[in-house]
Design a protein around this ligand. Structure first.
Ligand code: SF4
Ligand code: SF4
Length: 402
């Protein structure tokens, strides 16, 4: 059956109409991850933004990028995009095209990460191709970015006709919030991800780098898993927070803006949203976004706990020349909670500077080499890297404010 667009409007008129409209983001409640709840929620969210067929033409080659943050973790930990949300999206996509692949970049370790998360079973059951991005390889894509001139982008992402982004709604101890834009960081090689953390330790610069990557891997559709969100010291060691929401939109930046507003963060405090909006890669200004479904005030997560990182306005009190110095002192310095450390070495493997190392079976952090990138905190699945509030931050009351 032809869509409203095909029946009523020629392509150029449709594009003009879309450009004139506000960005649209659907916000729909879902009581949990049972398919009977999540599938109708995803379906309704997609209907509100014009239907899946307005994004995916029949027979198109689709790649679905999940957030499968390494090391592996089961979906109940709330670190990765829940496979039930992915299942709801995949079953709807299958009505339009058989050419669907899903994946992320994971370490080919034992145990297999996709088995731990349930994605291997899911894709086998649905007949969807499961892709470990590093096995398919990467291609060099020119990028007129602020930081990057080229991006080594996963071939599966670069060659897809339709890119579907399935991020997880979480706080982030370096970038404050992680969602649709940051999910594309997983589409470059793991070695480069680690290296960039070392080369661009300043949050503002790192945010621009994330947006550079996003600029060459812009999703056509975003469906965000906000059913079980994460608050506090995300993206891997925060606390689970049931929000019961699915968000969807064709503009990933707008989806991030609405999601961050729901958890009490001004969207322009999120470096990626601000940079992407200013660079015309999406809409981050809530005034220019039409929220469909549930109004944000009705679903806002009250007192959502944010990571212990400094508030922008506190940093702004200091002269520009001192900003780097002040930020470093306000930001928490990761520490090892030795009793919890099992000596797995994931923190050392993730550390871009060699500051985190294993000694006598326990992790140690050399403060002199540490650039406070929080990669070790993100990599630890045992809660053994803690982020105590810095003394400066305590004195200034500089906990990140809404
Ligand atoms: S701190 Fe965490 S990631 Fe590092 S070795 Fe210990 S348990 Fe593993
Ligand atoms: S010790 Fe942790 S925070 Fe410090 S540089 Fe290494 S990974 Fe980054």
């Amino acid at each position: 059956m032809s869509s409203v667009r095909e029946r009523c409007l020629p392509a150029f008129a449709w594009d003009t109409w879309v450009a004139m409209r506000k960005a649209q983001v659907a916000v729909v409640r879902a009581s949990g991850y049972e398919l009977g709840s999540v599938r109708p929620a995803v379906e309704r969210a997609l209907d509100l933004i014009g239907g899946l067929e307005s994004v995916v033409r029949p027979g198109a080659r689709v790649f679905v990028k999940i957030n499968h943050l390494p090391p592996p973790s089961p979906p109940e930990r709330g670190i990765i995009t829940h496979p039930k949300l992915a299942e709801a999206v995949l079953t709807l996509l299958r009505d339009l095209t058989p050419h669907i692949a899903l994946g992320d970049d994971i370490h080919p370790a034992n145990p297999d990460g996709f088995t731990v998360s349930g994605y291997r079973e899911l894709c086998r059951r649905l007949g969807v191709e499961l892709v470990n991005l590093r096995e398919r390889g990467f291609v060099r894509v020119p990028c007129a970015g602020v930081v990057l001139r080229e991006v080594f982008l996963a071939r599966a992402v670069a060659e897809a006709e339709v890119l579907v982004d399935l991020p997880k709604l979480k706080t982030h101890s370096l970038t404050l919030f992680t969602g649709a834009v940051k999910n594309m960081y997983g589409a470059i090689p793991a070695g480069l991800r680690t290296r960039y953390h070392g080369e661009y330790p300043k949050p503002a610069e790192f945010g621009q780098l994330l947006v550079d990557i996003f600029s060459v891997a812009k999703p056509h559709l975003t469906v965000m898993d906000g059913i079980m969100a994460m608050e506090g010291a995300g993206p891997a060691n925060g606390t689970l927070r049931p929000l019961g929401l699915v968000l969807a939109g064709r503009d990933a930046v707008a989806v991030d803006a609405v999601a961050s507003r729901i958890i009490g963060i001004d969207p322009f405090r999120v470096g990626t949203t601000k940079a992407a909006h200013e660079r015309g890669l999406g809409v981050g200004d809530l005034q220019e976004i039409e929220v469909l479904g549930e109004p944000t005030f009705a679903v806002a997560g009250r007192d959502f706990r944010l990571p212990p990182i400094p508030a922008g306005e506190i940093v702004g009190w200091f002269p520009q020349a001192l900003t780097g110095f002040v930020t470093r002192r306000l930001r928490p310095q990761p520490k090892v909670a030795t009793k919890r450390c099992v000596g797995c070495g994931a923190c050392a493997a993730a550390c871009p500077t060699g500051a985190a190392q294993l000694r006598a079976g326990k992790a140690r952090i050399d403060r002199r080499r540490c650039i406070q990138c929080m990669c070790c905190h993100e990599a630890c699945r045992f809660g053994a890297i803690v982020l105590p509030q810095s003394r400066w931050a305590l004195v200034l009351g500089a906990r990140r404010r809404r």
